[in-house]
Ligand binder design. Structure first.
Ligand SMILES: [Mg+2]
Length: 378
């Protein structure tokens, strides 16, 4: 019942911050798109010019947010993302995206999905069904393909799971262990390297803490890692704060991608919290160079979680859009449904004592939507 009470009493500010996670990610992504793998620019010069690998239209988000939407469309139902059925749904969505929507895609993600798809196709042929009709196989096919890729490639800790991870931090706002387990499970669909899982645990817990407590703390999840991982990541975070953000320009690696994103956030941290921090940090993140959209997407999810929709620039909120035909309002809705669906999912399970009706829970969720949509129009 304690969990239920916390969920049911999400404040207006917590709802605003929940709603900012995917939108903050998309703004960082679309701001970084024009500069991906190009000569680094000066902080402050980034704008939503489009182009990049897509090529994208001005304000259009790229593969980072496209994959996050695949996850969000499952998490919006309140699904437990450690559950095999939910992971199979995400795997199916990734596959559909790769073959029908992906405007650009990372090498590792592409190879793993293609291999998983071939496994599912084989199973479908044996069952005389289409791959879309097959409900089983998807989760195990992705897990196997990701593990095989990691076994075949010594450097398989790419940033392709971390870049889509922000929304996972919203799935169980009252349960840090469940959030960490979900981060590990969703990452492992395409990236089996333990460094990827750890980076997603730290990022997911930082998002959860930013939403629930209104503070930025990348160390919040260190105790969710093993002893060895904790020591290593603690040193890497210290390094991110001590060194010039530009020293993390080799940021295709999940460790340096998180270091780059956090270094940009840390080095622009204001004495008193102000939404100006969002733009300052994203501009610095993009000026680091290399995988600019991904580093800015990772940072943007965290900044959106801290400052909320109301802390994101109105003009940028209005401009972002992307696959599958969505805009900023759609991202707000998906994020809020994910954050508030937890209550619905808990109601669906038998709980001791009295609990709110489904109608009461849905009323709370719709209040959140109304609140945030008003914010988005300011
Ligand atoms: Mg991208």
């Amino acid at each position: 019942m304690k969990t239920m009470e916390v969920v049911m009493k999400l404040s207006a500010a917590q709802k605003d911050r929940s709603a900012g996670v995917l939108l903050g990610q998309a703004i960082g992504d679309a701001l970084g798109v024009p500069y991906e793998f190009k000569e680094p620019i000066t902080a402050g010069d980034a704008f939503m010019a489009g182009g990049g690998l897509g090529p994208y239209s001005p304000g259009e988000w790229s593969d980072d947010t496209q994959m996050a939407v695949c996850i969000a469309q499952v998490s919006a139902s309140g699904a437990d993302l450690t559950n095999g059925d939910a992971l199979a749904d995400i795997a199916k969505a990734f596959d559909k995206w790769r073959y029908n929507g992906a405007s650009d895609i990372g090498n590792q993600t592409s190879a793993v999905i293609a291999r998983a798809d071939s496994y599912v196709m084989g199973a479908a042929m044996r069952a005389s069904m289409s791959k879309r009709e097959l409900d089983t196989e998807w989760f195990s096919a992705f897990q196997a393909a990701a593990a095989e890729y990691a076994a075949d490639h010594p450097q398989s800790a790419g940033n392709g799971a971390l870049m889509r991870n922000g929304v996972v931090g919203l799935t169980r706002l009252t349960d840090r262990d469940a959030t960490a387990a979900a981060a590990r499970a969703v990452a492992a669909l395409t990236h089996a390297d333990p460094l990827v899982a750890a980076s997603c645990v730290l990022h997911g817990e930082a998002v959860r803490v930013a939403v629930t407590e209104g503070r930025l703390d990348i160390r919040a999840g260190l105790d969710l890692l093993s002893d060895d991982e904790r020591a290593q990541w603690s040193a890497w975070i210290d390094e991110a704060e001590a060194e010039d953000p530009k020293s993390f320009s080799s940021n295709g690696f999940t460790v340096t991608a998180l270091q780059a994103a956090w270094s940009a956030i840390h080095h622009t941290m204001p004495v008193r919290p102000t939404p100006d921090h969002v733009n300052d940090a994203l501009q610095l993140a993009i000026s680091i160079g290399h995988d600019t959209d991904t580093v800015a997407a990772i940072a943007g999810a965290l900044l959106g979680a801290r400052y909320g929709v109301s802390g994101l620039r109105h003009d940028l909120r209005q401009r972002v859009h992307g696959w599958p035909g969505m805009n900023g309002r759609d991202l707000i809705k998906l994020a809020l449904m994910t954050a508030t669906a937890e209550a619905e999912a808990i109601v669906a399970r038998p709980l001791p004592g009295s609990c709110p009706t489904r109608t009461e829970v849905l009323a709370v969720a719709s209040q959140g939507l109304r609140h945030t949509n008003v914010s988005a129009q300011r």
